[in-house]
Write a protein that binds this ligand. Structure first.
Ligand SMILES: C[S@@+](CC[C@H](N)C(=O)[O-])C[C@H]1O[C@@H](n2cnc3c(N)ncnc32)[C@H](O)[C@@H]1O
Length: 279
């Protein structure tokens, strides 16, 4: 059953392994951990919302030993034990006001990545972010936008990945999630007093179909990420929102994974980074 409380992805050991692999894919795609024009020497306090295994927060803390980094997630991870002394990882719910009070002083940089699968009330989250940013501090959200796209033009209607992307999009809505949320971030950020919003656009490619070697390498990693995670991406939404049986889910998984390996369709999930600054 689709409802407004379910987390639509798994949160088990294989998913943790996939999140760590995806971390490598994303930092390679973005050319680093962040896109906002930070001056790291002035960034003393950093917050990572929905930090998962803590991979991003731990790397930021290691690269910036003078910064104090807090990461939080509703679910803990064994990997949090590997955090350096300047990185604190805690269990908390980002939609809960009291959790934010417990984070203490304001932050110079607030980051979140791939949480459109979980946040239902974005205006409220941006209000919390704005209230906890120092003047001149930056907020940055790195996330996916559904449905999937395909560069093959009119033939894309035949693609199983494209068909899946549409089902995922309508299914997320039934779970109270906005698959297109990232496109509203610039206006929502402006509404809470964040200025100079900028969006950088990338692709999470389903295979190595691109023209340049760099992008083919990213596509190869994207393909592996799909193979590692696809059953987990789709099961809850297809069953809960579209009434799929186990067999229908397995057919979809098989069809999509076979298709991405053929490179017949140049499919990708749009990946965007939106950042803005507290006035
Ligand atoms: C797709 S994972 C991304 C994890 C991490 N940001 C990354 O990029 O590797 C989304 C994470 O958000 C967490 N999450 C979901 N709802 C949350 C909430 N309300 N507050 C904090 N974390 C949440 C989930 O437990 C999960 O670890």
């Amino acid at each position: 059953m689709a409802d407004n409380t379910t987390y639509i992805l798994p949160r088990d050991a294989p998913e943790e392994e996939r999140l760590n692999f995806q971390h490598a894919l994303l930092t390679k795609t973005f050319g680093g951990l962040y896109r906002a024009p930070l001056d790291p020497s002035h960034v003393r306090r950093v917050l990572d919302i929905g930090c998962g295994t803590g991979n991003w927060a731990i790397d930021y803390a290691k690269q910036n030993p003078n910064a104090q980094v807090i990461g939080f997630d509703v679910t803990g991870s064994p990997e949090w034990n590997t955090a350096p002394p300047n990185c604190t990882l805690i269990e908390a719910n980002g939609e809960d006001d009291s959790a934010w009070v417990s984070f203490g002083d304001k932050f110079d940089y607030i980051h979140a990545r791939l949480i459109v699968v979980s946040i239902r009330n974005w205006p409220s989250l941006f209000e919390k972010i704005s209230n906890h940013l120092t003047s001149g501090g930056w907020c940055e959200i790195q996330d996916l936008q559904f449905p999937t796209h395909c560069l093959n033009g009119s033939t894309s209607a035949e693609s199983k990945v494209v068909a899946w992307g549409h089902l995922m999009s309508s299914g997320m809505r039934k779970f109270g999630l906005d698959p297109n949320a990232i496109n509203h971030f610039p206006q929502q950020m402006q509404h809470v007093g964040l200025v100079n919003a900028k969006t950088d656009e990338f692709k999470m490619m389903s295979g190595p179909w691109a023209d340049t070697e760099h992008d083919r390498e990213l596509g190869q990693m994207g393909n592996k990420n799909f193979h590692m995670g696809f059953r987990g991406f789709t099961t809850t939404v297809m069953k809960g929102a579209h009434g799929f049986s186990d067999e229908q889910v397995e057919d979809q998984v098989r069809g999509v994974l076979e298709e991405i390996d053929t490179l017949k369709f140049r499919t990708y999930v749009p990946l965007k980074v939106v950042y803005a600054q507290k006035s």
